[in-house]
Design a protein around this ligand. Structure first.
Ligand SMILES: O=C(O)CCC(=O)C(=O)O
Length: 297
């Protein structure tokens, strides 16, 4: 007989309900479990702005010193970790020459996921400044991490075309919000994130069920908002907010964390999403004959 139990074969013991008396509820042990107060909540103005525009900027949410520690951590990972193209978390890009033509050289462009690779990143993902900002959007409920990636965007590499993130997250909940944390300065020249203000409640624009996602006709180019940012600045944007980023045309790296969360009322999807992402990433980035050698470490 197999020692493995499946969800269907597991029976749950039933517990006697906890019914404290009013006197017991006054006791010291019941004084702690209360909904927590948000120490870094968004203001009413910031919340109204988010719901009207699908994004909100939080300049200086993290200090310059914290951003410097992330610069060092990004350098350390780049130097010391197993940056192997067969490791599915590492994404490489072609370097372009001065005329914008692809050269033979490839360079690390993104790590997805990345927060487990350094304690400073693990702390950032669970920092109350991020979690409280999101909890105020989620009516006080805690956010849950859904996805985390570190985009290096080295010199003379590509940006991202116009899209709504939900394109890649179809089938998951619609409370997904990304938090872009600048590690290096972000400028127009190095390909800063550009958002197009839109009420997130207007929803998804693309063709559901496909990865076809041609939405250029649905945004007003004059409405573009460039996230010109200093190290430590943060931008929150909803998964229905159209956005893009140009190529990095400078000689300096533009590193930025993209941390995505969902309302905890919508459940926990980190590992389910990771498997889903690896599957379509493998199909899109590796030749069929190489896919057996792809690993995650
Ligand atoms: O790198 C950026 O600024 C934007 C990245 C982006 O659009 C994405 O990863 O969905």
């Amino acid at each position: 007989m197999s020692a493995q139990a499946t969800a269907a074969t597991l029976s749950r013991p039933s517990f006697t309900p906890i019914n404290p008396t009013p006197e017991q509820l006054e006791g010291v042990a019941f004084s702690r479990p209360r909904p927590r107060e948000l120490q870094h909540a968004l203001t009413h103005e910031q919340l109204d702005f988010f719901w009207a525009n699908g994004y909100v900027s939080l300049p200086g949410l993290f200090t310059h010193d914290e951003a410097m520690a992330w610069q060092e951590a990004s350098d350390r990972i780049y130097r010391d970790k197993l940056v192997d193209p067969m490791n599915v978390r590492y994404d490489f890009a072609e370097i372009k020459d001065a005329d914008g033509n692809a050269t033979d050289e490839n360079i690390l462009w993104k790590i997805d996921p990345f927060h487990d690779l350094d304690p400073s990143f693990r702390r950032a993902v669970f920092d109350r400044r991020i979690l409280d900002a999101l909890a105020s959007i989620y009516d006080g409920r805690e956010p849950r991490l859904f996805k985390d990636k570190l985009i290096y965007k080295p010199p003379h590499t590509h940006g991202n075309g116009l899209h709504q993130d939900y394109n890649w997250w179809q089938g998951y909940c619609t409370s997904l919000i990304s938090v872009a944390v600048s590690i290096d300065p972000a400028t127009e020249e190095n390909g800063c994130t550009v958002v197009y203000p839109r009420d997130p409640r207007e929803g998804y624009i693309g063709e559901l069920g496909t990865f076809e996602h041609k939405i250029a006709d649905s945004v007003d180019p004059d409405a573009a908002v460039k996230n010109i940012a200093k190290p430590g600045d943060v931008l929150l944007f909803h998964c229905f907010t159209p956005h893009e980023a140009g190529p990095n045309t400078t000689d300096h790296v533009r590193r930025q964390m993209f941390l995505t969360y969902n309302d905890s009322a919508d459940g926990e999807h980190y590992f389910s999403h990771r498997e889903h992402y690896f599957e379509y990433y493998k199909q899109g980035h590796y030749k069929e004959e190489d896919r057996d050698r792809v690993f995650f470490e």
